[in-house]
Design a protein around this ligand. Structure first.
Ligand code: SAH
Ligand code: SF4
Length: 426
């Protein structure tokens, strides 16, 4: 994976020659979507991590655990795996020795392997996780997962796919050809790994001194790493419901945000069947432009996308949709665009998150000038949307979660600020 540079032009105040939108927008290469690799082959001893409660009950039934005991055994396993973070069956002292042995013979409690860990002075941590290939001849895949601590909360940015089937023209993940859906186990596994690395398990070593969320370090999850979560619906569904389950990891649905580029048929489903907070990558106010920035728009245009947003179950002023808008110099950042954005979102309980573009080698865009971002955000602010760019310092740059960098470099101070700006949950 290539490391991308941050929005250094804006930060350093370099003057970048403004180009017209038509000159700067690349033609779409390779159509709207690529095909994912979909051949899941379970390992010889599959992990229990990522199994839903009914799946655990079925597994126990195969081990001939009597029906009358199954609900209790499921609860015990849930407690050990998701509340205590058990990594071996031996630790499960409330489970009979015989059952522990039977489980150990057929299953594991494995998580994705941490290939590298980087820790910054302010506590931001980034893990490169290695996932096995899942069919013959397929090599290992790496995904990244980042923990962003802040006063009173800690946000974990997780991935839903290796690569992405979509080809957004400003997004580096979209240029990756190889795409594989993560399993529920691999999605939940990212959170378990983060808790392992942080010592963030109940009854182990609670860390937070400010008492936030019962002492837990990870209080919020954003599904904004690699991939389009609504194109991996079932695994994301199972994983997020496991994460939100109050008897285990217990991060409430209000503190989990799923970001989508606009897979319309699955938006209402996500609201009804998962019920987490929604973020929508809008990025343009006109179809002709959005067709080029987010090619999925050709399938699901803005009007259909916003209709799905209006129908998002549970939407209210207390439960708003976040609209993400990447600031691309000379492309979508005019003040007329800002006014159109306000008009477009009228009547939808919304927050707007302006994301300074994070350039990468070969990208055809530049980040908007900082003054322009300020003027743009002022129009939005005057329309009644509070702080569209999260923190004053984080305004300078942003390394969006989907745009994380490779394993070998250290996070710079600027990148840390950017990551904080991205921790956009309330
Ligand atoms: N696929 C999902 C979630 C992952 S991307 C989606 O598109 O919403 C997370 C966010 O990062 C999205 O809003 C995406 O548009 C944004 N993003 C992608 N590339 C970016 C870049 N180079 N600079 C800034 N934001 C970017
Ligand atoms: Fe995929 Fe999101 Fe990147 Fe678009 S912005 S290519 S949907 S990860």
């Amino acid at each position: 994976m290539v490391w991308r540079t941050i929005c250094a032009g804006a930060l350093a105040g370099l003057s970048i020659v403004r180009m017209t939108a038509s000159a700067r927008i690349p033609e779409l290469i390779g159509g709207i979507e690529k095909m994912p690799l979909e051949h899941y082959v379970a390992p010889a001893r599959p992990p229990l991590v990522g199994m839903t409660r009914p799946q655990l009950a079925d597994m126990l039934s195969e081990l001939e655990v009597p029906a009358a005991q199954r609900a209790m055994r499921v609860q015990q396993l849930w407690h050990w795996i998701y509340l205590r973070g058990a990594q071996t069956f031996d630790e499960m002292t409330s489970v009979s020795k015989e059952l522990r042995g039977a489980l150990d013979a057929r299953y594991t409690l494995a998580r994705p392997v941490v290939a590298t860990e980087q820790v910054s002075v302010d506590g931001t941590r980034k893990w490169l996780l290695r996932l096995p290939g899942q069919h013959a001849g397929e090599g290992a895949h790496d995904i990244e997962c980042v923990y962003i601590p802040e006063a009173g909360r800690g946000t974990l940015c997780v991935s839903s796919q290796v690569g992405c089937t979509l080809n957004c023209s400003f997004c580096h993940t979209g240029t990756q050809q190889l795409v594989r859906n993560l399993t529920a186990e691999e999605i939940v596994g990212q959170i378990l790994v983060a808790r392992d690395q942080l010592g963030d398990w109940s009854a182990r070593t609670p860390q937070r001194s400010d008492g936030a969320d019962g002492g837990r370090l990870i209080t919020n999850i954003v599904m904004m790493g690699m991939g389009e979560p609504l194109y991996n619906f079932d695994a994301v569904h199972d994983a997020l419901l496991i994460v939100a389950d109050g008897d285990g990891i217990g991060i409430s649905k209000r503190k989990i945000t799923l970001s989508t580029s606009g897979v319309v048929p699955n938006i209402v489903r996500a609201g009804a069947e998962i019920g987490v907070m929604l973020a929508v990558s809008l990025h343009a106010v006109r179809d002709d432009l959005r067709d080029r920035l987010v090619p999925l728009n050709r399938k699901y245009p803005i009007s259909e996308l916003l209709a799905a947003c209006r129908g998002y179950p549970g939407l209210s002023n207390a439960r708003r949709i976040t609209f993400e808008y990447v600031m691309l110099k000379g492309v979508n950042d005019s003040l007329a665009d800002a006014k159109a954005l306000v008009r477009l979102l009228k009547g939808i309980p919304a927050k707007i998150n302006l994301i300074p573009f994070n350039p990468w080698p070969g990208s055809a865009y530049e980040c908007s000038d900082w003054e322009q971002i300020e003027k743009f955000s002022e129009i939005i602010f005057n329309a009644g949307y509070a702080s569209p760019v999260r923190t004053p310092r984080g305004r300078d740059i942003l390394a969006a979660c989907g745009q994380l960098k490779s394993a070998t470099e250290k996070l710079s101070a600027r990148e840390r600020l950017a990551l904080r700006a991205m921790a956009m949950t309330d």
